[in-house]
Design a protein around this ligand. Structure first.
Ligand code: ASN
Ligand code: ZN
Ligand code: CA
Length: 333
C-alpha cells in the first residue's frame, strides 16, 4: 500500500533537534527513510542478534534528548545515517556504502551497557551500544560516520585490518567520520578534528582520539616508524590522521570552531594546509582508485600523490601539500 514520506522531528542526545525523514504506514510512523536508499532504524531491545523491532512512533517526534529515553538513540542513529549518506553523495557523488543506491540499516540498544559501535559487512548493517550506564549511546555523528566508512573501505580498497593497512583503514574511518561531522554543520555537534568528543567514553569528557597530535590520547603514534604496524590499529592510525590534519589545516597552532589545535611535524618543518575540502577529495580518490588491501604508509603516500595528480595536476599546491604532509609524519621527504 502507499506509504507517504513524512518529516519527523528527532530530539537527539548529541545533535539537538533535527529533521528526520520517516514513513507513515497506516497510522504509525516508522523510522524508515525511503529518500536515502531505504534506511531503517531498528531497536535490538538489548538483544545481540537479528534486527529486533523497527522503531515506530505515534506522533513522529522521536526521543527526548535524554539518553534514558529509548527513542533517543534511534533519533541519533537515524540522523547519523542521513548525514553520512548525504556527505558521501554530495561530497563524492557516492550513492551509499556500496555506491549502488541501497542503504544499510542501523540497530540501536545492542546488548546492555555496551561501550562500542560497529559496522558488520555480513549483515551490511550498523550497530550501536548504549554505552556505560546505558545512557551514553555511541551514536554521535563522528562515530556513525566512522563506522559506516568501514563499509566504504571494505567495498573499495579493502584495507586489511592489521599491520599498517589496518592503521590506514582506521584512519580512513576517522577522516571520513570527521568529514561527516563538518558536513552536518550541526550547532550542537560542531565539526572538529577530535574523535568521540561527545560520547564521554573516558568518563572525564576527553575525546577518544586527536587528529592534530594523536599521541595526546596516550597511545597513538604521531608519525611513522618501522614497527608502527605492530600497534593496535586504533593507534597505528595516528600518523595518517595526523597527515590528514596537516594536509587540511597545516602545522602549528590554529583555532577552529572554538577548539585550539597544535600540530607538530616529525622533522620540525612547517606545513601549509590545502583546506579540508581538497584533502577529503584526495583521500577519497586515493582510497577508491589507488589503494589495495595491502597498502602500507609508503604506498599510501604514493596513492595520495597519484590522487592529487589526477585531481589537481603535479604542479598544483595540492600535490605539493600531499608530499609535505607525508614528510611531516616521516613518510618520504
Ligand atoms: N568501534 C570499533 C571500530 O570501528 C569497532 C571495532 O573494533 N572494529 O574500530
Ligand atoms: Zn573503526
Ligand atoms: Ca568529532
Amino acid at each position: 500500500r502507499y506509504q507517504a514520506v513524512k518529516t519527523g522531528t528527532g530530539n537527539t542526545q548529541y545533535s539537538g533537534t533535527v529533521t528526520l525523514n520517516t514513513t507513515l504506514s497506516g497510522s504509525t510512523y516508522q523510522l524508515y527513510d525511503t529518500t536515502r536508499g531505504g534506511h531503517k532504524t531498528y531497536s535490538l531491545n538489548n538483544g545481540t542478534s537479528g534486527t529486533g523491532t523497527l522503531m515506530t512512533d505515534s506522533d513522529d517526534v522521536w526521543g527526548t534528548g535524554s539518553g534514558s529515553n529509548t527513542q533517543t538513540a534511534g533519533a541519533d542513529a537515524a540522523y547519523g545515517a542521513q548525514e553520512t549518506w548525504d556527505f558521501y553523495k554530495n561530497t563524492f557523488g557516492r550513492s551509499g556504502i556500496r555506491n549502488d543506491g541501497v542503504a544499510a540499516y542501523s540497530r540501536v540498544h545492542y546488548s546492555s551497557n555496551y561501550v562500542n559501535a560497529f559496522w558488520d559487512d555480513s549483515c551490511f548493517c550498523m550497530t550501536y551500544g548504549d554505552g556505560s550506564g546505558g545512557t551514553h549511546a555511541l551514536t554521535s555523528l563522528d562515530v556513525a560516520g566512522h563506522e559506516m566508512s568501514h563499509g566504504v573501505t571494505s567495498n573499495t580498497a579493502g584495507l586489511e585490518y592489521s599491520d599498517e593497512s589496518g592503521g590506514l583503514n582506521e584512519a580512513t574511518s576517522d577522516i571520513f567520520g570527521t568529514g561527516v561531522e563538518f558536513y552536518a554543520n550541526n550547532s550542537s555537534d560542531v565539526g572538529d578534528y577530535l574523535i568521540g568528543e561527545k560520547i564521554d567514553i573516558n568518563g572525564d569528557g576527553s575525546p577518544l582520539r586527536y587528529m592534530d597530535k594523536p599521541s595526546k590520547d596516550g597511545s597513538s603514534a604521531d608519525s611513522w616508524y618501522s614497527g608502527v604496524g605492530n600497534l593496535d590499529v586504533h593507534y597505528s592510525s595516528g600518523p595518517a590522521n595526523h597527515m590528514f590534519y596537516l594536509l587540511s589545516e597545516g602545522s602549528g597552532t590554529k583555532v577552529i570552531n572554538g577548539v585550539t589545535y597544535n600540530s607538530p611535524t616529525s622533522d620540525g618543518v612547517a606545513v601549509t594546509g590545502i583546506g579540508r575540502a581538497a584533502a577529503l577529495q584526495i583521500w577519497y580518490k586515493a582510497l577508491t582508485s589507488y589503494m589495495t588491501s595491502s597498502t602500507d604508509y609508503a604506498a599510501a603516500r604514493t596513492a595520495a600523490l597519484n590522487a592529487a595528480a589526477a585531481l589537481y595536476g603535479t604542479n598544483s599546491t595540492q600535490y605539493a601539500g600531499v608530499g609535505n604532509a607525508f614528510a611531516g609524519i616521516n613518510v618520504g621527504s
